[in-house]
Design a protein around this ligand. Structure first.
Ligand code: ADP
Length: 351
């Protein structure tokens, strides 16, 4: 196992700059997720760690070795892809042992490593099957088995679950997390899915347009997002943003005329702001300051999502309790102001 240090790394394709100087330190044994919208540069960054893309500037270290000019096979990393492309004419056993065969490891060692990986992944009864005789989840496990048998210093996952259906994706992300807890191999995992990032990561790196927006633990990012982008990206359903105007006493006024004060952030007079409140941080309360008009009610059983408008803006509310109001009713809401945020409109930064 090893730490991974990405130090001021840049990448251009011709004149097009796609990574603009990214620095992240990943500790030995840590599970780090790179997350961001499509095209933000996550795969490029991962592929640079793997050695599949050259670095235009900066340095990548695995352990204490600078690997900038090292061939992929010498970096001691194993990659699991979205398109896991198993060899159809080979059994699970041979698929898993193939890289060791290429490396000319002794037969007994290959067999021992494949058996150990199959045990970990629950594939012992499937070793003599061919890929077409497996379910999607089992095939994905074989793809992980191929990585595990190599006992690499670092696992690199590139959207490994995107081809699976929603239910299997949830099951597999739990499996990968359990696997990491068992093997404790340093892992870098790329996804565009913030829920995957939140549920799996020790550390999340949020990327946008080739720069880092924030690095932190899942709950750091959820509780204290640095800016509007991270606040809107992390959390589901997403944080509501309501336009607001700052007052001289540090309070702020929403479009519908409600004036609020946050205990931890002061607005300036005339400052254009976004007030951020997560759907789960509001409650139906006759004495509450917000009077939201109900547009759509969506009960899921466990909770209810209510789509409202307030001062002409959309407001989504997530309630644990059942909702007995009707569409068109006004719903009084109180908010947990300690958990709300103010963002400066111009810079996007959290106050
Ligand atoms: P992500 O994984 O976050 O979806 P990528 O790392 O695949 O994003 O791509 C980042 C950016 O780099 C995108 O704008 C993409 O179009 C561009 N890009 C990726 N590969 C190449 C390439 N070989 N040539 C030119 N541009 C590329």
């Amino acid at each position: 196992m090893a730490s991974v240090d990405i130090i001021d790394v840049k990448k251009s394709y011709g004149d097009t700059k796609v990574i603009h100087g990214v620095s992240v330190s990943i500790k030995d044994g840590e599970f780090t997720v790179l997350v961001g919208p499509s095209g933000c540069g996550k795969s490029t960054l991962l592929r640079m760690v793997a050695g599949l893309e050259e670095i235009s500037a900066g340095e990548i270290k695995i352990g204490d070795k600078v690997v900038n000019d090292m061939a992929p096979k010498d970096r001691d990393v194993a990659m699991v892809f979205q398109n896991y492309a198993l060899y159809p004419h080979m059994t699970v056993r041979d698929n898993m042992g193939f890289s060791l065969m290429l490396a000319k490891r002794p037969k007994e060692e290959i067999s021992e490593r494949v058996n150990a990986a199959a045990e970990i992944l629950g594939l012992k009864d499937y070793l003599e099957r061919y890929p077409k005789q497996l379910s999607g989840g089992q095939r994905q496990r074989v793809a992980m088995g191929r990585a595990i048998v190599r006992r690499p210093q670092v696992f690199l996952f590139d959207e490994p679950l995107s081809n699976l259906d929603a239910k299997l994706r949830v099951a597999m992300r739990t499996e990968i997390k359990a696997l990491h807890q068992r093997l404790k191999t340093t892992s870098i995992y790329v996804t565009h899915d913030q829920i995957e990032a939140m549920t799996m990561a020790d550390k999340i790196v949020v990327l946008r347009d080739g720069i880092i927006e924030q690095v932190g633990s899942p709950l750091d990012l959820y509780d204290t997002p640095n800016n509007l982008f991270v606040a809107g990206f992390i959390g589901s359903p997403a944080m509501n943003f309501l336009e607001a105007n700052g007052n001289a006493d540090g309070s702020f006024t929403l479009k519908d005329g409600t004036t609020l004060t946050l205990p931890h952030a002061k607005a300036s007079a005339g400052q254009a702001l976004k007030f951020g409140v997560r759907p789960e941080h509001m409650l139906v309360d006759a004495a509450g300051p917000l009077k939201a008009k109900i547009q759509v009610i969506e009960p899921t059983g466990a909770d209810t999502q209510v789509f409202c408008t307030l001062g002409g803006q959309d407001l989504v509310v997530m309630l644990r309790d059942r909702v007995y109001s009707q569409v068109g009713d006004t719903m009084p809401l109180s908010l947990d102001l300690k958990q709300c945020h103010l963002f400066d409109n111009a810079s996007g930064k959290r106050l």
